[in-house]
Design a protein around this ligand. Structure first.
Ligand SMILES: [Ca+2]
Length: 389
């Protein structure tokens, strides 16, 4: 409630300052889109000219974005709140009923996904950091969105809890496949890097669950003998991007390396993605983590970045509005402060482009919208829409 009140005050203050400056709304007409949202930037890139439309800049460290059937946006704020943003006005409404969240370091309320049957069941999935500063883990819950309230909060998964100073490396992204599975990325907890190679630990893993939280029978370690039943792939560091390829249905992942060595990977059942035994990264102090960049039995990345860009949300563009971008992969960059467009030839990189460098924004999430526009969340609190100009 407090944050809503603050928002109301800041919106009022912004309106008053406009009045005080005597800025008539009509003078902004050339710099607004059809819904009167401000165009804050225009860019001519290699394959598209576009406007950047600001729907709001009043979010609190937004992490994840989903598109509601009525056109509004459902958003998680890392500071602990689920909110709805009106597609008509940009107004933010807090949605109570979410989980108790540990907001510390990289921990907080994290990813968000709608059930495939959301239009009828109203179910959503949330991931978040849970516990204390000394003992914490990534957790996943489901809840039902009724109007502007969450009900029936149910814990589906809790990663192993081990001693972990402060909030470091929780992951976390979801993706739902077309067969009723939820995949989620779990970070390696920073200090616990060697646990990424231990299939029995949840640290540094992609896990796979049924939508009720149970473990699918065809998971690679479903019987629990050679690994934890929930584990789908391992040897990951801190994965914060997951998306489904629009035609192959295979899952693509991005993860943070340390100093260098960020990766894009294509997930295989039971695959070992190398961390920390094979990596292009080095320790933050310059210390060598491994002399190997690849090893037999480990899956190589599609591409890696040195220096790091700190990849966040990941999505394939699909739509009519940007025909030249169809099938391209987009990644937000936090440290890199841009939007990365990746052209592909099948499963091989065919070119890359930095977009929105001039905005100097840490981009936390990117999603291809059902309306064909491309949507972004910035760490600074903006929901942005890219529209062809
Ligand atoms: Ca790797």
């Amino acid at each position: 409630m407090k944050s809503s009140l603050l928002r109301t005050i800041s919106v009022l203050a912004a309106s008053l300052s406009l009045v005080a400056c005597g800025a008539p709304e009509a003078s902004n007409a050339a710099q607004t889109d059809d819904n009167q949202f401000a165009i804050i930037h225009q860019e001519t890139s290699q394959q598209a000219r576009f406007d950047v439309v600001q729907i709001t800049d009043q979010l609190s460290d937004p992490w994840a974005l989903a598109f509601l059937p009525d056109g509004d946006f459902l958003i998680t704020e890392k500071t602990g709140q689920v909110v709805r943003v009106s597609a008509e006005t940009g107004q933010i409404t807090a949605i109570p009923g979410g989980p108790e969240v540990l907001v510390s370091g990289q921990g907080g309320l994290l990813d968000l996904a709608l059930s495939p049957d959301f239009a009828t069941d109203g179910q959503i999935f949330l991931s978040f950091a849970e516990g204390t500063n000394d003992q914490n883990h990534t957790a996943i819950a489901s809840a039902i969105l009724r109007g502007n309230e969450l009900t029936g909060l149910k814990t589906l998964f809790q990663a192993n809890t081990i001693e972990k100073k402060k909030g470091a490396h929780f992951g976390s992204r979801f993706v739902l496949d077309d067969a009723g599975h939820l995949y989620a990325s779990i970070g390696e907890g920073f200090n616990w890097l060697h646990e990424a190679q231990n299939p029995h630990s949840h640290f540094g893993k992609i896990i796979r669950l049924n939508l009720d939280g149970s473990v699918p029978d065809d998971n690679p370690f479903a019987d629990g003998v050679d690994g934890a039943p929930e584990v789908w792939s391992y040897g990951h560091r801190n994965p914060q991007g997951l998306t489904l390829h629009p035609t192959t249905g295979v899952i693509w992942e991005s993860e943070h390396g340390p100093k260098g060595g960020d990766e894009i990977n294509i997930l295989q059942k039971g695959g070992n993605y190398g961390w920390p035994k094979a990596t292009f990264g080095m320790g933050y102090t310059g210390k060598v983590i491994s002399e190997f960049t690849e090893l037999p039995g480990m899956v190589d990345s599609v591409l890696h970045w040195v220096p790091s860009i700190a990849p966040s949300g990941l999505d394939f563009y699909e739509g009519e509005k940007f025909s030249n971008w169809n099938g391209d992969l987009f990644s937000g960059a936090l440290a890199g402060k841009h939007l990365r467009r990746i052209e592909l030839d099948g499963e091989t990189e065919a070119g890359q482009e930095r977009l929105l460098v001039a905005l100097k924004e840490k981009i936390r999430d990117v999603r291809s919208g059902p309306d064909g526009f491309l949507y972004l969340l910035t760490k600074s609190g903006k929901l942005l829409r890219l529209e062809p100009s």
